[in-house]
Design a protein. Structure first.
Length: 281
């Protein structure tokens, strides 16, 4: 018993640099070697999944990228998962970007999923319309006349020369909208100026800190579910049975939390051992 107490006391006096190293290792390992910890989707994620899963093949879905590198760890995994789901159902995907950085995020996601995984044909299965400045004015422009807002796509191709743009003139021509949003302009603007006025259903994925801002729209039924940060991405990956960065990230986060709690418990035990010994002497 004495030996165990001495061991716990030595751990309590461990140099903090060793603690940081241990945390770094336990965070890094699951990213390269996923543990496959069980993930139970929340109701909000399930609603978003069900809404998109109910779309028939050939549906037109507008996906808006509204995030940059700083929020990529949270939102990019859910954007990847949603694209995989939509393309697996043979749905036509139209991509817009309300943020300048969003176009780079969209290009990366489409290269990975549309081109490398599904080997789809640009202009027939998916199209990247790209970024336009103007914030909510862009949303209003898409609602009234998308061809005025986008005369060419992100590759410089005339909209009239893109096969899948035939018959698409305004927002009401889409069957669904998914907003991958890290703030303004983003989900709230799509609800206020596009989805509500036209009746086109929408869902969203946001950073964890933005969930409280968007949740009232989810609770009122104006937004069909929400993917909340990295946990939401991991839950969506579980629903489509394709683990990705979101799942690995949650594994790393869970193990890191477990190790931190373990250090806290050992530190408190060490404190009580020291106090007990002090009373004896």
């Amino acid at each position: 018993m004495r030996a165990l107490e001495d061991f716990i006391l030595r751990l309590g006096k461990l140099d903090r640099r060793w603690i940081f190293l241990i945390i770094a290792i336990v965070v890094a390992l699951p990213l390269f070697f996923p543990l496959g910890l069980p993930i139970r989707p929340t109701n909000a994620t399930q609603v978003a999944y069900d809404a998109m899963d109910a779309l028939p093949a050939g549906s037109k879905v507008l996906v808006s990228f509204e995030y940059g590198p700083s929020t990529k760890p949270e939102i990019h995994p859910m954007a990847i998962a949603v694209l995989r789901h939509l393309f697996s159902k043979q749905i036509k995907v139209y991509v817009t970007c309300l943020w300048p950085d969003g176009q780079f995020m969209a290009e990366e996601a489409l290269n990975q999923v549309a081109e490398n995984e599904f080997h789809l044909k640009y202009g027939e299965d998916y199209v990247l319309l790209g970024f336009r400045p103007g914030n909510e004015a862009v949303v209003k422009g898409v609602v009234s006349n998308i061809r005025k807002m986008y005369t060419v796509d992100a590759r410089g191709t005339l909209i009239d020369d893109i096969p899948m743009m035939k018959g698409v003139n305004q927002f009401s021509d889409f069957d669904f909208l998914f907003s991958a949003s890290a703030g303004y302009p983003g989900t709230v603007e799509w609800v206020q100026y596009a989805s509500d006025p036209t009746g086109v259903p929408m869902s969203t994925g946001t950073t964890s800190i933005q969930v409280n801002e968007v949740m009232p729209y989810v609770q009122s039924g104006q937004v069909k579910g929400i993917l909340a940060g990295m946990p939401g991405a991991a839950e969506y990956e579980a629903l489509i049975h394709q683990p990705g960065i979101g799942t690995s990230g949650m594994d790393a986060q869970s193990i890191a939390h477990l190790v931190i709690v373990l250090f806290i418990i050992l530190g408190n035990i060490g404190f009580y051992i020291e106090r007990k010994r002090a009373k004896k002497y």
